[in-house]
Design a protein around this ligand. Structure first.
Ligand SMILES: *Cc1c(COP(=O)(O)O)cnc(C)c1O
Length: 355
């Protein structure tokens, strides 16, 4: 830290992304990326003709991609804003809808960025604990008294709140915005997108990083009634009007047009997930029911941290989070069946078994 950093950020702790070590090649199951490549249409769209246009700014209104994505979800282009990853849109939502009188409200165990965005925007957080089984209790959020952020399915638990619970939270907070972060919804949760027409306080956020195999392109989008989208656009145009680069815009639009390919990838991941759950049960792990592309699992032997370290030594990366309530668990991204077999082989090696 330099002596020049503004005093309002003293002691600030930045978000820590999952490690991306370069020292050797790992079976990488720690950042919830897809193990599968982008669709053929995406590979074709990122072409040299567009590269040759990189001297020109991209469309600040992202019209073509916005029309394609909103249309596919039954919305209008006035109901969507694209972001440089959904993280950027979440940041805009904290800026736009939280202040000294309006804290950010979110769970104690959830996406780590929410607390970081609250801190960097100098707004208070109201943290509501998940129950003993790491489940979100919707009634805890009625009259939340601030802007609500819910990851559904939640990370790192993988648990999902049924749509009726989400709708009750939206109805229970008529004077505040409710942001539903559906980064993992494609892997088995009910989406709140159909509720957008019904409620003026709902924002649904999606990303192409997980279920559209595009983590490296940085594409997310937020959907809401046009008034809320206008507020998010005020944040964007006051910060970086050209937040979406030309190549990522083409990739996003092409991905929407290749939905069959992505549905197949999601189906493969869900099937690998269910296979991995059974394999871990067979090794006496405690595994939370997952609606996402990862498992939150507690080994039957040793601590979460020891399991993480033992796997890393054996060339398999998973995510261990240090928070007290969940320190016995690791979060395991679902890869291909071959990658999951590598995880299980490393696990058996640690357990001193030869199956
Ligand atoms: C991965 C993730 C995001 C962010 O994804 P981007 O890559 O920035 O689009 C947002 N919310 C949750 C809960 C996530 O796990």
């Amino acid at each position: 830290m330099s002596s020049f950093l503004s005093g309002r950020f003293s002691g600030i702790e930045a978000y820590v992304p999952g490690e991306q070590p370069q020292d050797r090649s790992y079976v990488k199951l720690n950042t919830n990326e897809s193990p599968y490549p982008p669709s053929p249409g995406v590979l074709a769209a990122i072409n040299s003709a567009e590269v040759a246009r990189l001297n020109l700014y991209p469309d600040p209104d992202t019209r073509s991609a916005a029309l394609a994505i909103s249309g596919a979800l039954g919305l209008g282009p006035e109901n969507i804003i694209l972001g440089n990853g959904s993280d950027e849109l979440l940041a805009f939502a904290f800026q736009a809808f939280c202040d000294a009188k309006t804290p950010a409200v979110y769970a104690d165990i959830t996406y780590g960025f929410y607390s970081v965005y609250a801190r960097i925007n100098c707004v208070e957080s109201r943290v509501l604990p998940l129950d003993d089984t790491l489940r979100l209790v919707p009634s805890d959020y009625y009259g939340a008294g601030g802007t609500v952020f819910i990851a559904n399915p939640n990370s790192p638990t993988g648990r999902a709140v049924p749509l009726a619970g989400i709708e009750a939270i939206i109805r229970g907070n008529p004077g505040n915005v409710v942001v539903v972060d559906e980064a993992y919804a494609a892997f088995g949760a009910e989406s709140a997108v159909p509720l957008i027409a019904k409620y003026d306080n709902l924002i649904v956020v999606h990303t192409m990083s997980k279920s559209k195999n595009l983590a490296g392109a940085r594409v997310g989008y937020a959907m809401a009634r046009s008034e809320l989208i206008a507020d998010l656009n005020t944040m964007k145009f006051s910060f970086n009007p050209y937040n979406m680069n030309r190549l990522s815009l083409l990739a996003a639009e092409a991905a929407i047009n290749d939905s069959d390919y992505y549905e197949e990838c999601v189906a493969k991941i869900v099937s690998s997930r269910e296979r991995a759950v059974l394999a871990l049960y067979g090794r006496m792990f405690d595994v939370l029911p997952s609606r996402a592309n990862f498992l939150f699992a507690k080994p039957s032997f040793g601590s979460g941290r020891d399991y993480y370290l033992g796997l890393k030594e054996r060339g398999v990366l998973v995510r261990h989070l240090p928070q007290e309530r969940i320190k016995d668990y690791v979060r395991i991204t679902i890869g291909t069946d071959e990658q999951m077999d590598a995880l299980l082989a490393a696990t058996d090696d640690m357990m001193g078994k030869n199956r």
